[in-house]
Design a protein around this ligand. Structure first.
Ligand code: IPM
Ligand code: MG
Length: 371
């Protein structure tokens, strides 16, 4: 197959982790006879520095004309600490989500037995944790009318949802649940918010079409607690934009490192794949960031592009590095390997260059001596 991918390296550690994904994709291409054509585009603080615009038109154009978008990370501290900044990197990502109508953000929460010791939860609570968050991504408070009074003493953000916005993501989440453990939990705040009551009503109606799926309703404050107390109870969590943003960061720490988690944003147009971590500016350019979130996002992209065996091969490569303790600094702060080494190892794995015992000595040569 031949596929056109728009690559947005973005800010902070975005470029270095995404480059590892490209190495892995190239290995997939050689091994399975596919061609991936890349178009590199700007977004975020990088785009503001170079063009003054967090999302240049050429980037939108390229994404719309691609089979998929691979994205690194967004954000820069110089904007985070300046609430008066008119142009912000995040505006680029929000506008791209809207332009591509990426209404569903899918974040799988997987746990790895070899990383159990890093989880803030006890091993017993973590056994068998495997759930997926469906976060609505183009509506709600993120995109409602924003106002600041002239005297700057009053501000508001509207939260608006329409029935079709809820229906389309709910159907998607129910269909996923049917392929998994057949349980769906709607997370909302229906005891207080009108938008949440609409979500609950629509989901209750749709549930009738998916009788094989058990539906559960949970207020977001309780859900925040349950994710820590008893994460095993979840299979598919469906929720609105803001709640999804918050609980997916919370859930991400269960696996041991935020750096491990991938995401897919899908909608009516081209889909976008990105690790869930941010731009981690303190680590930028140091070759220490964890590339697995990006590489696992690439595996999700391969699934989406109709290459399930290739995706499974990449995931096997990721598992192989974790099992053999080839890990970055976030996972082992003393015996850690560089971002680029992990990318090469997984690319080698996909190219079937790693057979049997690895010569750790050779890899050690590229190992960091910084402690
Ligand atoms: C995410 C991020 C974004 C969001 C930011 C960077 C705008 O936190 O993808 O979860 O809030 O959606
Ligand atoms: Mg977030």
């Amino acid at each position: 197959m031949e596929k056109n991918i728009t690559v947005i390296l973005g800010d902070g550690i975005g470029p270095e982790v995404t480059r590892q994904s490209i190495k892995v994709l190239e290995a997939v291409g050689h091994q399975y006879g596919h061609t991936f054509n890349y178009t590199y585009c700007l977004m975020g603080a990088d785009a503001i520095d170079k063009t003054g615009n967090p999302l240049p038109d050429e980037t939108i154009e390229s994404c719309l004309n691609s089979d998929a978008v691979l994205f690194g990370a967004i954000g820069h501290p110089k904007y985070d600490n300046d609430p008066t900044a008119k142009v912000r990197p995040e505006q680029g990502l929000l506008k791209l989500r809207k332009s591509l109508q990426l209404f569903a953000n899918i974040r799988p929460i997987t746990t790895y037995p070899s990383l159990q010791h890093l989880s803030p939860l006890k091993a017993k609570q973590m056994e068998g944790v495997d759930f997926i968050i469906f976060r609505e991504l183009t509506g709600g408070i993120y995109f409602g009318k924003k106002e600041l009074s002239e005297d700057k003493t009053r501000a508001s953000d509207d939260c608006v949802y329409t029935r079709p916005e809820i229906e389309r993501i709910a159907h998607l989440a129910f269909k996923y649940a049917q392929q998994r453990k057949r349980k769906l939990t709607l997370v909302d705040k229906a005891n207080v918010l009108e938008t949440s009551r609409l979500w609950r009503k629509v989901v209750q109606e749709i549930a009738g079409q998916y009788n094989d799926v058990l539906v559960d309703y949970m207020f977001v404050d309780n859900a925040a607690m349950q994710i820590i107390l008893n994460p095993k109870q979840f299979d598919v969590i469906l929720t609105e934009n803001m709640f999804g943003d918050i609980i997916s960061d919370e859930a991400s720490v269960l696996s041991g490192s935020l750096g491990l988690l991938p995401s897919a944003s899908i909608g009516t147009g081209t889909a976008l794949f990105e690790p869930i971590h941010g731009s981690y500016p303190q680590a930028a350019g140091k070759d220490i960031a964890n590339p697995l979130g990006s590489i696992l996002s690439t595996a999700m992209m391969l699934d989406y592009l109709g290459m399930p065996n290739e995706a499974a091969h990449v995931r096997d490569g990721v598992n192989w590095t974790l099992q053999n303790s080839f890990v970055t600094k976030d996972i082992d702060s003393i015996n850690f390997y560089f971002t680029s080494t992990i990318g090469e190892l997984i690319a080698d794995f996909v190219s079937n260059k790693i057979t049997g015992e690895v010569n750790k000595g050779n890899i050690e040569l590229r190992k960091s001596t910084i402690i």
